[in-house]
Design a protein around this ligand. Structure first.
Ligand code: THU
Length: 157
């Protein structure tokens, strides 16, 4: 038996101004997207913004439903819209913002497992790394590729 370890590298920033210019724009778009959140049950507003290979930004927000599984996270709302509207463009980056009443939560918005798997799929489809930016109030994390937040990724069928 050999014990193995998986190390994950990521970048931490303390404000949006510290991010590279393109990421600043994407981060602000994710925060802006929180306004589209429909969360009458959790009251937790999530916004996501996807940067496409042509430079365009596509936004999404969480949409809840009385029949709970019928709702959808902000990230998948944005990615499915991007995938359906721009099928020939790859997704270069996604930024995620979460909080209440338009105020960012302290902790960075970490995507759920299902959203990570969907990110993995679009990264595979695009053939290039998709970076993931998780925004918190005073704490921002950037991962260079989806593999870093979904180790041992499933992509083989
Ligand atoms: N939510 C997202 O939109 N993205 C995530 O990655 C995690 C959770 C939403 C789903 C639900 O509407 C609310 O946040 C509370 O879980």
């Amino acid at each position: 038996m050999t014990e193995k370890e998986i190390n994950i590298k990521f970048h931490e920033y303390s404000s949006i101004d510290e991010l590279p210019k393109q990421d600043q724009e994407l981060a602000l778009a994710a925060i802006e997207a929180m306004r589209g959140s429909y969360a009458p049950y959790s009251h937790f507003n999530v916004g996501a913004a996807v940067r496409l290979s042509n430079g365009e930004i596509v936004k999404g927000a969480n949409q809840e439903n009385a029949a709970f599984p019928s709702g959808l996270c902000a990230e998948r709302t944005a990615m499915f819209y991007a995938g359906a509207t721009y099928p020939d463009k790859s997704m270069v980056s996604i930024a995620i913002a979460g909080g209440v009443m338009g105020r960012l939560a302290k902790a960075p918005a970490t995507p759920c497992g299902a959203c990570r798997q969907v990110m993995a799929q679009y990264q595979l489809k695009g053939g290039k790394p998709m970076s993931v930016i998780m925004l918190g109030d005073g704490q921002i994390w950037k991962f260079d590729r989806v593999d870093d937040i979904l180790p041992l990724i499933f992509d083989s069928i």
